[in-house]
Design a protein around this ligand. Sequence first.
Ligand code: MTE
Length: 326
Amino acid sequence: MLIRQDRGFEHAIPSEITPSHVYSRRREFLHQLAAAGMLATSASAWSQTTPRPGKLSALNSSVSTLSGAQATETVTPYKNASTYNNFYEFGTDKSDPAQNAHSLKTRPWTVEIEGLVKKPGKFSVEDLLKLSPMEERIYRMRCVEGWSMVIPWVGYSLSELIKRVEPLGSAKYVEFVTLADPKTMPYVGSRVLNWPYVEGLRMDEAMHPLTLLSFGMYGEVLPNQNGAPLRLTVPWKYGFKSGKSIVKIRFTENQPATAWNKAAAHEYGFYSNVNPNVDHPRWSQASERRIGDGGLLAKKIKTLMFNGYEAQVGQLYAGMDLTKNF
Ligand code: MTE
């Protein structure tokens, strides 16, 4: 991400029909959630009626208030979303995470909550799966490198968890620390980044209903390369704000030092809202290429302010100079 401008488009993968074993794993996951009473109606609507890849309009009734005007966009094929990844703990090429992340052990898994909260403690992933009903949310995701995807995530708003742990009034930010295990993650220890990979949000961003704690995608458990067993999905920010394989959530008074900001502060700011008017110092952010839509020949499409979620999140930044707070 730090290194090359057009890396994102070199290995674009052609669209592919979903294989049947993927459908059956998806059904199984949804049945498990439904049996435990953890499934909200939107996800079951997807499982019953929507072939993949499908038009977003099929789900519009359940997701339109949160997803923005996306009815004409096609969901990115599962194959692309699960083989074209950034997960630097497993390598720096887009194909590395899918090849290497099988070594990640996602059970047992604990997320520690600490810092400025009334109820700090440890949650197992099983506790977290049960904490709130799951929903399916189709989000447009835009990478800082200039490509994007449209992915149906499964999870619930992070605010559900935050409310349970009762942050103190002094908590202004939330820091997300992700796993850094050199035994199972071959690039931890390399000098690519300062490990662990850390991200952060302002408290109101973390509490925004769009900010999703994701456990699945395409109706299935998250593949390791997409951040199993749980990750963040913050659709109005560049993809790197969405930390994968989270192990610690810390409530702080001061703005957390985040991995990419530490690596190159002039290139990756704390906010990292998708903003076509603020160029990356080495390339324009005015347009993007949708992965799966024709590979290298795909036409670039115009990037939207806040990735198209301006109506929902624009007010969080009222009065801020977004060229300074990039
Ligand atoms: N989380 C961790 N722990 N390590 C990473 O390298 N990469 C980020 C983000 N979360 C990253 C991470 C970047 S740069 C992007 S674009 C998204 O994950 C990619 O998510 P995806 O592979 O599911 O599309």
